[in-house]
Structure formats: C-alpha cells, structure tokens
Design a protein around this ligand. Structure first.
Ligand code: AMP
Ligand code: MG
Length: 520
C-alpha cells in the first residue's frame, strides 16, 4: 500500500508532550501519540470493497499480510505516527470533563482522488484517554458498527465509514447487562474511516479549560480544512461555521427520523463536527413506530435519547457547541439566531421529509394535519414503521385498493386491528386518496419516488444479532449476506425478501435485539 500520506492533523495541531501511554488529564493538546496494541492472532473477517476503492487499495493489497497487520494494529505504516484525540463531552445532559479516544487510535491521514481520509482503529488498545476501561472492543459491537455505518451510507445518511472488520485473537472481559456476570468475548477491531473524527467535545474541552488559544487553533484548523468556503479566521467566519454545523446536524437527524434510526447515545462527544453519524454503540431501528423508543438500556429510565427526542437533543447539543465557540465570537445574538433558526428549519425540513415519504411533491396547507393524523394512527397499535411506508407505495389513488391488506402486513398483532381502529385508518386513506388527486404523478411514478426514500431493507436489531450469533460460532457468511443486501436498501432484491419482515417474536425482549447496553 503506498498511500499519499497527509499528516496535517498532527503537524498543524498541538501535541501532548508526554509520550508515555498512561491515563491522565491531557492539557493544552489536541491529541497524544500512542501506538495500537499488538494482537495475538488477527484474522480479517470482512472488507468493504467500496472503501477499498475510495482509498485506492487494490483487492490484492487487501488480501496481503501487510493489510491484515496494519488494520489490526500489529504494524505501523512508515512515516506515520498514530495518535488518540483529546475531547470532552456532555453525557446524558451533564458535563463529563475529559473523555477522548479511549479505544480509538488514528493511524494516518491520506489523500486520494482529491479527498482526505483519516483511518482509525476502534478497539486497538488503551490510550491516555481510556480512563477505567481497557481500550478494547468485542466482536458483537464491532459487527454492529461495521455493518451499520456502511448501511447508513447506502441509505444516503451522512456517516463515518468502515474499511475492515477483524478478530484480534484476544479475549475481552465484558459485563453485558451490568449485573455482575462478566464473561469473556472475542476481541475485534474495526477500521473506521472519515474525513475527520472531530466532535463537538473537541471544542468543548478547550472552552471548559478556558484555553482559548488552543480553541482558536482548533477552530481555525477545522475551518481551513473542512469549511474552507467560509473564508479566513474572523468572528463572521466563526458564526458562519456554527451555522453550517447546525444545518448539517439538522439534516443528519432528519435522515435518522426518515429511516427510523435511533442513535442511542447522543452525547456531545458523539456529535461529529461534520454532521456525520458517528459512534455506533447501542443504536437501534424502530420496528413499531414509537416516539418514546430507545434501544439503550442505560437510558431506559429517562429515555433522553428516544426516537422522538433526537431533534431536540441535536439542538441541546448545538447549544453546548455554541457555548464552546462563544469565547471566540463574544456575541451571543448571532448564535441564538442560528439556534432559533434550527427550530424553524427543523419543522419545515421534517414536513418536507414526511411529504416525500408519502409521495407528495406539491405543498398543500392541509399536509400538516394529514401527516399528524397518520402519525397518530401509526401509534394506535404496534405498526412496523419501515414496512408500513414501503407498502404505502402500492396504494392506488383511484381504486383505493386493498389498503387493509398492505397495512395489515405492518401490524405486529392482527387481533389489535379492531373496528374503531379500522375506521380511523379508512378515514385517513380517504383523505390521502383525495390529497393525491392534487398531484401530477401517476401511481407508478409516485411509487418509484416513494421507494427511493422509504427503504425496503434496514439493519433491524435482530438481523445484526443473528449475524453476531453465527459469528460467535465462527460462521461469517451472514455478515457478508447482510452487507451485500444493505448496499441497495431501496431496491426490491427479491433474493433477500425474507429480510423484509417484521421483527420475529423471539427477538422482542432479547438482549441485543430490542435492548442494548453501552458495554461494547
Ligand atoms: P461512548 O459513549 O461509547 O462513545 O464512549 C464514551 C467515552 O468512553 C469515550 O471517551 C470512549 O473512548 C470511552 N470508552 C468507551 N469504551 C471504552 C473502552 N472499552 N475502553 C476505553 N475507553 C472506552
Ligand atoms: Mg463515543
């Protein structure tokens, strides 16, 4: 592999002068040099062909010993100095102080075809930021991150990417349900790839420490390399920078809402400054449409990060970023204006997104009510969100065909579909049919448009769990099957029809399927 190395992050930003890999507070620095831990018996389980291409790595190179060793941490590429980033964060609404890359190690920055990529190993051992944990990752969480980040990309949701998934050959001790029953699991490493892994927390940590010089250095660096179109360092540019981060964050969350993705841990250390979905931990996908659902057991009580609250949390997190940037701007007004704009924009973009899910091209005054009634109906009995919207595209506006049949497919319990509920749905379908009269598209044209925004295949929680169960037994074919299928989530792909199905009942209360802990 002969990468065109671009070490700008470590060359342009302040480094921790201590080279020892000991857990500590790291001040006045954006990162610490640290090498990945050597693994005892690494084995590559999967590689993303799209990412190979994006990085200019050939298939042959991906099969080499060099690739295996570099992307499991056993070898370090020449002319590179791996490092862990220093950041802080608000966790579950409280300032948590220094966090940092506790188990992520950035290997190298490279340029390829006019794009910059940072390659990072997750689960490659301890760093100065590992606090009380081991810096490692287990196979189950690595499979989940690997599959989901690539699937999100193919769904059209901004996200960090994944290059490879490997076993380390080492065992890792985890207490999955935090109930005092730790067990050894297979260790794994994912190579994640992103233009940048900077998070809100990278800026917050300098602001919290009142280190405004380094805050400015980092913000200027970010603008120079990632928001260059905004201009040189000035207060106006900083405001424009915040505005763009707010817009990107909002767009990302609207996509999440569209596909029914619940991140699960929207702490500010898990918010990318580029508006990418980052840190796939106890995330999940809505099955029954439910604003109150969260996959994260740690958040079971308050459900701060539930599906319906994601837009508000995006805003809350942006407030924290605004506070962090304030010392460079010293004027709250423009920041407040942007935060208020987020609220207005969120309403209009959500409405536009819901219109697209319904196949409505024109804007109509009554759409808000139509959408509100639909959402109320979806909450009446447990109704699978993605199956409902996918099936909705087969509705015919004139014949008002068998809507009952296709919505029934989305119900978890047919017995719940009682007469009063039927009437509510009938009334909604009548309104929908009427509304469609004002549209120019034919039924088949509308279906095509709708099928481009309503995915047929998403990585349902039980599907990832099945792949994990198989992988635990040493069988990796399901990882590949899901990976291939999720490349074309909007296509019919009849060969994968069995995955277009509601969550099976066995998975309803199963750990890993409907509930996930942060233990990973
Ligand atoms: P998360 O909420 O999972 O993104 O993690 C919060 C913080 O904990 C981050 O600073 C992570 O780097 C750190 N962390 C999570 N798991 C581990 C681990 N196994 N070893 C070391 N640090 C970890
Ligand atoms: Mg994190």
């Amino acid at each position: 592999m002969n990468f065109k190395i671009n070490n700008r992050f470590i060359e342009e930003l302040p480094a921790d002068s201590v080279l020892e890999n000991s857990r500590r507070q790291v001040e006045g620095a954006c990162f610490s040099y640290v090498n990945p831990k050597k693994t005892s018996n690494p084995e590559l389980l999967h590689v993303s062909p799209e990412m190979l291409q994006n990085l200019g790595i050939t298939k042959q190179q991906a099969d080499s010993k060099e690739f295996l060793n570099v992307f499991t941490g056993n070898d370090i590429l020449p002319n590179t100095q791996p490092y862990a980033m220093c950041y802080g964060g608000h966790q579950f609404g409280n300032w948590a102080g220094q966090l940092g890359d506790g188990r992520a190690i950035n290997l190298v920055g490279i340029d390829y075809e006019n794009k910059h990529w940072t390659l990072q190993l997750k689960g490659a051992g301890e760093t100065p930021y590992s606090r009380s944990a081991d810096g490692l990752a287990v196979l189950r969480s690595s499979i989940r991150e690997y599959l989901c980040s690539e699937a999100m990309h193919h769904l059209g949701v901004p996200t960090t990417r994944a290059l490879s998934l490997a076993l380390t050959g080492d065992k890792v001790l985890r207490d999955v349900m935090y109930d005092g029953n730790p067990a050894y699991e297979k260790g794994a490493v994912v190579c994640r790839v992103s233009t940048s892994f900077l998070r809100f927390g990278n800026y917050e940590i300098f602001a919290a420490r009142q280190d405004h010089d380094n805050l400015k250095i980092l913000v200027d660096y970010t603008i120079k390399h990632h928001f260059n179109h905004l201009g040189g360092p000035s207060k106006e540019t900083y405001v424009a920078f915040f505005n763009e981060v707010a817009q990107r964050t909002l767009k990302m969350i609207v996509h999440w809402q569209r596909v029914g993705f619940v991140h699960g841990v929207m702490n500010t250390d898990n918010m990318s400054i580029l508006g990418l979905t980052i840190d796939y931990g106890p995330y999940g996908w809505l099955e029954g449409f439910d604003y109150g659902w969260t996959p994260n057991t740690t958040d079971r009580q308050h459900k701060r990060y539930r599906y319906g609250n994601q837009p508000n949390i995006g805003l809350w997190n942006l407030y924290q970023l605004a506070n962090a940037l304030y010392p460079l701007i010293k004027d709250a007004k423009p920041l407040e204006k942007i935060l208020n704009q987020y609220k207005t924009d969120f309403e209009s973009e959500s409405l536009a997104m819901m219109r697209s899910k319904l196949g409505l091209k024109q804007e109509n005054e009554g759409d808000k009510v139509l959408i509100q009634t639909l959402e109320d109906n979806l909450l009446l009995i447990e109704t699978d969100m993605n199956i409902f919207f996918r099936n909705l595209s087969s509705f015919k506006k004139l014949s008002r065909n068998s809507w009952e049949d296709f919505i029934k497919d989305a119900f978890y319990n047919q017995d719940d579909f009682i007469e009063t509920i039927k009437l509510k749905w009938q009334s909604w379908f009548e309104q929908y049919a009427e509304r469609l009269q004002t549209e120019r598209l034919s039924d088949s044209e509308r279906a095509m448009e709708m099928n481009r925004v309503n995915p047929k295949y998403v990585l349902r929680n039980y599907m990832a769990q099945l792949a994990i169960n198989e992988a635990d037994k040493g069988n990796y074919h399901l990882i590949d099957e899901l990976f291939q299928m999720l490349k074309k989530p909007y296509d019919e792909q009849p060969e994968y029809e069995k995955w277009f199905a509601k969550r099976p009942e066995w998975a309803r209360h199963k750990v890993g399927c409907s509930m996930l802990s942060c233990s990973s």
